[in-house]
Design a protein around this ligand. Sequence first.
Ligand code: ATP
Ligand code: MG
Length: 411
Amino acid sequence: MKGGSGSDPVPRLMRGAEPVEAVMVRYGEVFLKSERVKRRFVSTMAENIALALEAQGLAHRIETPRGRIIIYGDDPARIAAAAARVFGVVSASVCTVTKPEIGVITAAALERAERRLRPGMSFAVRARRSGVPGFSSQELAAAVGSAILERVDGARVDLTRPDYEVHVEAKEFGGLVYDDKIPGPGGLPYGTQGEVVSLLSAGIDSPVASWLMMRRGCRMLHLNMHGGRFGGVDVERNVLENHARLSSWVPGHALDLLVVDMEPFFEVITALKEPRYRCVLCKRFMLRVAGILAGEQGAHAIVTGDNLGQVASQTLANMAVISAATTLPLLRPLIGFDKEEVVGRARSIGTFEAHPGDVGCAVAPRYPSTAAPAETIARIEEEIDAPGLARRAAASVWRYRAKNGVLEEVG
Ligand code: ATP
Ligand code: MG
């Protein structure tokens, strides 16, 4: 079998194949789309699954019969695990694919149940049928249930809290039998929602914010503002690490990180006599640079890891003044999260670093203003020519590229 998603239009089962072990992928929200949009989203998801499998060297062939994605290959367990990390996927199961006939489905279900059911264990059969004439889903469930009762000593039926569940589905394209589900991340297929620029720091929040927008289908461009001598220790290493980790969630896609030098701006604002407004000036500067780069790259929005009330620059009053620095939509997916939720997410995403080094900001004043007046900010920015500083900063960027979790420097 060759790698890549085969384009054979005739489902394997229509050609009268024997039962075969494969992987079945479920998707959720994409179902709600119109037929045309759904076709596009499912095909993007299938392409992303193919890329994920290729990244691991897993030979495969993908079919997309109605409402499902079925993957054939030599190593269904590893295929299921890889597919269950692809955005848009609700869950993946190793399954037996058969002809849509009650006899062969029952035999396949019995084989799975015999592997897992022990005497004394309770079980339930969950049956579904659509587009297949000749029997109802209840009849299918009854056939499988009685076969199991007959063959497995001491097994008993419990439909409410069974120890073991076997799922059987009869669809027009074939029968599906499975008893395990690996949960996927859900969301929408990567690349279906256009590009965004995400402000990525060495902290815990922004990688989670990026991940959430990638899961929502946004093609991602990362932007980090490098503090130079004002930045903390190990910051750069952690940013690159976060970037590389995030790329492992979209295998086969190149994920770019732009790094911009913020030292000249910090030099200017640390020379001002009023330190209280530095954080607001800093965040507005980041948005100006992000806006310029978004325009150049064709991105449609800016993402940050802001979280209401977390620090002085994240009060409602300051967020209003900061947001006005750009005309692009500002996406703040973490705005209502509690810290624990963000940490939990960061752990499961793989970006949580227990010892991130000293990422503290040397420019932040001791007593930052929690409600910077817009007029004062406008006056200071005019004095220091903030737009000019932003243009100069955006004019020289370092580009790093990550793919499959591995970093390369592009320059
Ligand atoms: P994080 O919020 O990611 O943990 P942080 O706590 O250091 O990082 P905050 O002061 O909370 O940063 O900043 C809010 C948001 O501004 C961050 O979530 C991130 O999107 C952005 N940001 C902060 N510092 C940088 C930076 N050096 N480069 C790019 N974006 C940054
Ligand atoms: Mg933060």
